[in-house]
Structure formats: structure tokens, C-alpha cells
Design a protein around this ligand. Sequence first.
Ligand SMILES: NC(=O)c1ccc[n+]([C@@H]2O[C@H](COP(=O)([O-])OP(=O)(O)OC[C@H]3O[C@@H](n4cnc5c(N)ncnc54)[C@H](OP(=O)(O)O)[C@@H]3O)[C@@H](O)[C@H]2O)c1
Length: 219
Amino acid sequence: MRQNIEERLRSLGTDTIDLLQLHTWTRAWNRNPQPFALLRTLQKEGKIRAIGVSTPEHDQNSVIDLMRGGWVDSVQVIYNLFEQEPAAELLPVAQETGTAIIVRVAFDEGVLTGKFKEDTTFPDGDFRQRYFQGDRIRRAVQRAAAIEPDLVGTGLTLPEAALKFALAHPAVSTVIPGMRRVSQADANCSVSEKPNLTDVQLKRLQRHRWNRGLWYPGK
Ligand SMILES: NC(=O)c1ccc[n+]([C@@H]2O[C@H](COP(=O)([O-])OP(=O)(O)OC[C@H]3O[C@@H](n4cnc5c(N)ncnc54)[C@H](OP(=O)(O)O)[C@@H]3O)[C@@H](O)[C@H]2O)c1
């Protein structure tokens, strides 16, 4: 890891990486989180400013021990209108421990923008062909459509509400929606100027949580 990080610093042409996130984790390693011990050393040496971990989607709560143990400064987590499980424990622990939270997949890979139809297909090579395989696209599109009536009075479109929902939790520091077009970047950044969801509106949106198990087969 040390060698890898030295190489990254050289190729980035910098002396310090602002945030270094390990891409995944497994619960078994909590007993002996050696990689983070090394990263803390590199942090003391000034090569890294902050240390983070990205949750494995099949076991997001596996990083809770890392937060409690003081091993990480930030956690990148899937949290959206459907996937609300992190609000049960992971996000409160982040608040308790002062761990920064970066929310990923706030649009559940696009379906929470409301732009997909029940018969939407994805080109070969697009991982969403697998993610939304079989009847998943139909079920997900129906669930997304069911959110629309609860947006009346919010002044927000579905994609705006999806980002506002993720940002509304007090543990959340930022959200990183995937953006492939300038228009998407403009639309998503402009959400900061829109009104926040009220507590009543949030409660209504919380009812759209969907415990569907793991949706990343073969990844
Ligand atoms: N650490 C990990 O394991 C991990 C795993 C997954 C993702 N990530 C990171 O998390 C971030 C988000 O993930 P993601 O891109 O997979 O999921 P996402 O944010 O839920 O969905 C992004 C998709 O939503 C659509 N979109 C974005 N803005 C839109 C808008 N304003 N209106 C309409 N459609 C819009 C785009 O679809 P189209 O492409 O169809 O235009 C885009 O590809 C990325 O930075 C990614 O690198 C990390």
C-alpha cells in the first residue's frame, strides 16, 4: 500500500492526497484493520489528509466497527429513497463518532430520476443491464412512480427530491450523484438552491423504503 500510494502521489503530481478511500471492506477484517493502521501512519507523514472507506453493498454495516474504533475519517455509503437501512445504525454512529458521510447511488442507478420506463433496456456493457435484469426494472419504475404524489407541495422534481432526501440526514456531509452530461451536473448542483424538505415531507418520503436484498449479482 505504501508503494501504491507513493506511485499515486507521483502520478497526481502532488505531495498530499486529500481523501484516500479504500474501495471496499469485509467484516472479517475488523478484528485486525491493518490497512488503516498503515494509512494512519501515512497520514501522520502528511501524505494523506483524510482516510475513508466505501461500504461493500452486501454488508454496509460492516464498517460500523471501523467508525467506533476511530480508524476512518469518512464513509461512502449507499443511502437513498429506497435504501434507508443506513439510517438505523450506520448514520447515527457516524454522528456519534464525527465520521463524515459521503452518500453514493442517491438515484439508485438512475431509476430515482424518474426517467426510466418499465420497458427501458440498457446497451451491452452497461452494468445496469444486470442491475435491472428480469422484472426489476418494472418493479423499480413502479416504486419510483409511487413517490411522485408525495412530492406535491415540495417544489422539487423527483431527482431533486432524491438528492435532498440523501442530504437531509444530519450525518450526511455530501452526496456524489453520477453525472455523465453537463446538463446533469448543472441540474444536480442547482439543488443546493432549492428549498429543503420539511420534517413532514421527509416522514412521507421515508415510507418509500424498500428492503429488497442485494441487487448487484455478479459484480
Ligand atoms: N464505491 C463503490 O463501490 C461505488 C459503487 C457505485 C458507485 N460509486 C460512485 O458513486 C457515485 C454515484 O454512483 P452511480 O453513478 O453509479 O449512481 P447514481 O448516482 O444513483 O446514478 C447516476 C445516473 O443517474 C443519471 N442522472 C444523474 N443526474 C441526473 C439528472 N439530473 N437527471 C436525470 N438523470 C440523471 C445518469 O444516468 P444516465 O447515465 O442514464 O444518463 C447517471 O448515470 C459515482 O461517483 C460512483 O463513482 C461507488
